[in-house]
Ligand binder design. Sequence first.
Ligand code: ADP
Ligand code: MG
Length: 664
Amino acid sequence: MESESQVSLLEMPITVLRGVGSERAALLARLGIRSVADLLLHRPRRHEDRRVISRISELRLHYPGSVAGKIVAQGVKTWKRKTRSVFEMIVEDGTGRLHCRWWDMPYMEQYFHVGDTVLVYGKPSSMRPLAIDHPETEVIEQGEEASIHIGRIVPVYPLTEGVTQRWLRSLVWQALERFGHEVVEPWSKIPATGYMSRAEAIRRLHFPESFEEAESARQRLALDEFTSFQIPLQRRRQNLELHARALPCGGDNHLIRPFLKLLEFKLTEAQTRVLRELRHDMSGPHPMRRLLQGDVGSGKTVVAACVALMAIESGYNVAIMAPTEILAEQHAHNFTKWFSPLGIPVVLMTGSHKPGLDSKNGQGRNTAPMLYVGTHALIGPAFAPDNLGLVIIDEQHKFGVAQREQLVRKGSYPHLLVMTATPIPRTLGLTVYGDLDVSVIDAEPPGRGKVRTFVRSRGSMSKVWDFVIGKLNEGRQAYVVCPRIENGDTADGIAAVMREFELVQRTLIPHRVGVLHGRLGTSEKQAVMDQFRSGTLKVLVTTSVIEVGVDVANATVMVIENAEMFGLAQLHQLRGRIRRSPHEAYCILLTSAETKEARDRLRVLEETSDGFRVAEEDLRLRGPGEMLGTAQSGTASFKFGDLARDLRIIQDARVRAARLVRGE
Ligand code: ADP
Ligand code: MG
């Protein structure tokens, strides 16, 4: 990234620095530091304010402080037949004496010598004698060196065994002195207005004059990091616009009109607006690349149906990919209901449901266009439709970008619509999904009740069940959700669900309870879902397989066990399942979490039903990898960039990258 052309001196191996031989180089390699550039970009874990060094006499009980002084005595005491020990050294600065103690670490003795000057940082644990247990310390060499470590804000780095803080700090200092001026402005044709230069940023990352300056340095480095990330995205986008001719898929309404007439409801304004945006793309000069965001229950499926019809009207096949079999089946069910009156074939393709050859009759022959609905199975070689005009991916965050691309490559630049119910904070939208345009369904269909959410401890279980029974007696239905253990359906996980199932069954007699989990066969799952949909089963005990898409309007109560094991965005999705009816809905988050933090985190859901706020909170608390699932975490790990708060920087990077790719 350093510069466009010249090979930089910064790429020299770390051994060019004084004091780094092959042994030390091997240690540094463990920290990922191989070149001078790696060292200069080794991000401090934090900074420590050593501008003010206190007098020892000023130290106060339990308050942290930094002092510096000479070691006047030191030694190890042992007792209990040498099984216990304390290493103690006494430091004096002319105003008082400080005892530094390390319990059961006798080897500490070798690092210090009477007469050394040391810097000590910590909180006194007693005043008589004045003592700090297990302080942070550094021996200060006298002379010029000292000014690196003292009297300024100093960096504190991630370390590895055999590398001390002081040595690494001096090494960075040396590297800055010798090579700092080699740092060039990357992409210098487009100045990074409003940011410090990269050279300055690298210096201030390590040795800032103030904490604000350290933050400005981080921001500059984040800008470069986000810019590097955006460039390939923007390039992909540009390639598409230069080289791909869009298939004309705008349609002529001859199917959409009767479809909308048969539909049991009217599209909302938000849905209609989004459809206009989609039609514009589908009949435009470049293949559509669009992300459709809408909270759970906002009605994305019917929008997908309308775009699918545009392509089908235009004579092209359409594929819809969903992340789970249950969801794929539900889509197949809905779309068959909607499309069969229009004479459009709907074919289901999942791992366990592979249509025979005769139902793939679209291939190679000039028959009527059709809709394929499936899971990952659509990515496999068995799926090779002719004339693919549109690919729709539901719940995109469950898939990686690579999978998305694989499916799109099955045609000659089909249009692409990805849909997600995870409200994606803007920062993520612009990075992970940076190559997509975005449409948002920002209002939901009328007649939706609110979900009232309560956080309860396991201690109040019996009250919770009484409440559930009350609602069942009123004719409503309920979900009981158990967390999925690690990646899904391990034997332990299933056992836990089955135990819960038996317990719930006994508790709720005479109401009928069913169970749904990943180990059930497809037809069993289907049967359970059908019975729940028809109301034969009143309660469904389930793992989070219902997280996405499943739709039963009469189910208005949801009890989520061990809610602390879920992410907030995921809980928000789960409770979205019960907002589909005009009846008031209740979500009860049961938790056995002891800590206040864990409970406060869940309280966010009591307080807000705004999916974007929930997602932002989740991003702040758990980071992007957790929030988006493993499929996305790789793309979203930045060293300097912080997706929870760098929106402005990401926007700047995006503008820069676009200008760079356009060759400005
Ligand atoms: P999601 O956005 O979560 O995928 P769905 O598409 O499953 O939401 O829609 C949720 C429910 O709302 C479905 O039962 C659907 O039929 C219904 N629905 C969608 N649009 C409307 C509308 N305009 N008016 C009334 N109900 C609607
Ligand atoms: Mg959906």
